[in-house]
Structures are given as C-alpha cells and as structure tokens.
Ligand binder design. Sequence first.
Ligand SMILES: [Zn+2]
Length: 322
Amino acid sequence: MASRIIIRSIVGLYKDLICAIIAYVIKKSYVKGSDIMKDHLVKATAEDVRIFAAVTTDLVGEAVKRHDCYPVAAAALGRTMTGALLLAANLKNEEAITVKIQGNGPLGKIVADAVPEGYARGYVDNPHVDLPLNAKGKIDVAGGVGQNGLISVTRFTGLKKNIIGSAELVTGEIAEDLTNYLYISEQTPSSIGLGVLVDTDLSIKAAGGFFVQPLPNASEDVLNRIESNLCAVGSVTSLISEGLNANGIITKILEGFEVNFLETTDLHFHCHCTRERIEEVLMSLGRDDLQSLIDDGHAEVGCQFCGKKYQFTADKLEALKS
Ligand SMILES: [Zn+2]
C-alpha cells in the first residue's frame, strides 16, 4: 500500500515536471521566439520570382557588443551586415563580398564582409554616435549615415580581378541604397528589406532582412502581387519578433504564390583575422614607424572588424623589422 502511494506520488511529480517543461517550451516559443531561433538564411523560388530571407539577430548582437555600438550605429551596422549576407547568398562558394557605405553623416564609414557559407563581420567608424529618434519615432539611421555619399560593393572572385560596383546613396537607410545599387550597377530590379530592433539595454531584440527579385520574364500581375504583399507585411523585425523564421518571412512576402523552398544556411559572426595577418600589416609600416613602436617597448594592435587585441613585445617588433 505504502509503495503504491510512493509510486503514485513519484508519477505525479514526474507529470508535474513534464508539464512544467512543456509550459516553459511553449512560453519560450511564443513569448520570445527570436531568443531560441538561431541565425539562418533561406533561399526559395516561386512563379518567376526568387527570394532570400535571413534572421541575423545573434550575429548582429555579437558585432554590436564587440564594437560597443550605440543604437544608431547598431542599426546601421546590423542592416549593412544583413544586406551583405543577402548579397553573398548569390555568390559561388569561396567567393566573398564587401559592402562599404560612405556617407556624409556622423557614423563615417560602415563596412561589412560576408561569404556565401554564412559568415559575416563588420565595423562602423564611429560607434558612439547618438542621435534623437527621427520624425517617425524610429532610430535615425539616415541621419547617422547621411544622404550624400556612395555605396560600393566588391565581389572577391578568387581571380586576379575583383568586381567593384558603386552607386550614390539615395536615402541613407541602407535597404533602399542597396536596392538602388543593384538597379544602377547590375541592372537588376529587386527589393531589399532590412531591419534591426535595438532594446533599451542596447542588446539586439531582432534583426534580419529579405531580398526579392522578379525574373526578367515576370508578368505585370506577378509584380503587382509582390508589391501589394510587401506593402502589407510591415517591418522585417516585427515579423521576427512575432517568432517567424526565414521560411515564415518568405511565406508572408509570397502569400498567394506556390513557394519552392531551397536550401537553408546557418549564419554566424566570424572574423578571419590572425596574428600572422596583423604581423603583415606591421611589416608593411615604414621602418621609422616600426622603430617608434619598438621605442615604446610594446604595441597593441586591434582588429578593426572584431576588436580582438594582439600584443607585440619590443623583441617581436624588432624581429619583424629585420
Ligand atoms: Zn578580427
């Protein structure tokens, strides 16, 4: 009798535990969907359209933390890195892309590198720019970037000649600038959406984007349906905050289309700097500059892209000089 009661209470406890775990999982997926979603990019096609969508919350968060970005810089850098990943998704394996935005605003230059394997890194010249919200109550990315300047895209093909294209900035909001760049430089009409939602503690609540491109033979009807869907979906970050992954974003944008989902790629922040590369930079300095570092007794060189610090003793610098 006593053992039955013990077994029953153990079963009861076990049930309570299972219920608590199920409740926790449900709460996690509904309340904070983006917290448990890993960064990823999905490619898909539909009737005369191709589309990529990406969730980049973690990798943007990592970049923002490493560079100690304030909200304007966080949004601008996050949008640029996400845009670079969307463009990189078009490349062949082992190619790479650099997106550089040089506007006349206080942020200075914003640079992002990405590869089709899903890695990105980036930096912004002035991460501590602080601006009031714009007239729409949003982070003033255009005010930080500036509306005059250039967006340039370099495609590293692994061959001797890299392909470089550029276009004037149109709004400084980055997504429109990239869309315009593709139209001007590559004669391809497309639509790019990018978003970064910064929390009050400067962490990243949601980040991501999409790239939609109608194929050259797409009918007027297809173009109209995509346009009206794009108007209806709202911001990318609101979709990600609702817990949608890249497949969900694509489904929303291509509502009414039969979508053919292709591959999914995991995305990560990754910098390929090494001590050897930093040594090469030091060796490229003139002998006088290197000597002045030796005279200081020590040098600390930080990687611009990831903030990693490399230390060099006077003896090591002396060896590099010779
Ligand atoms: Zn680095």
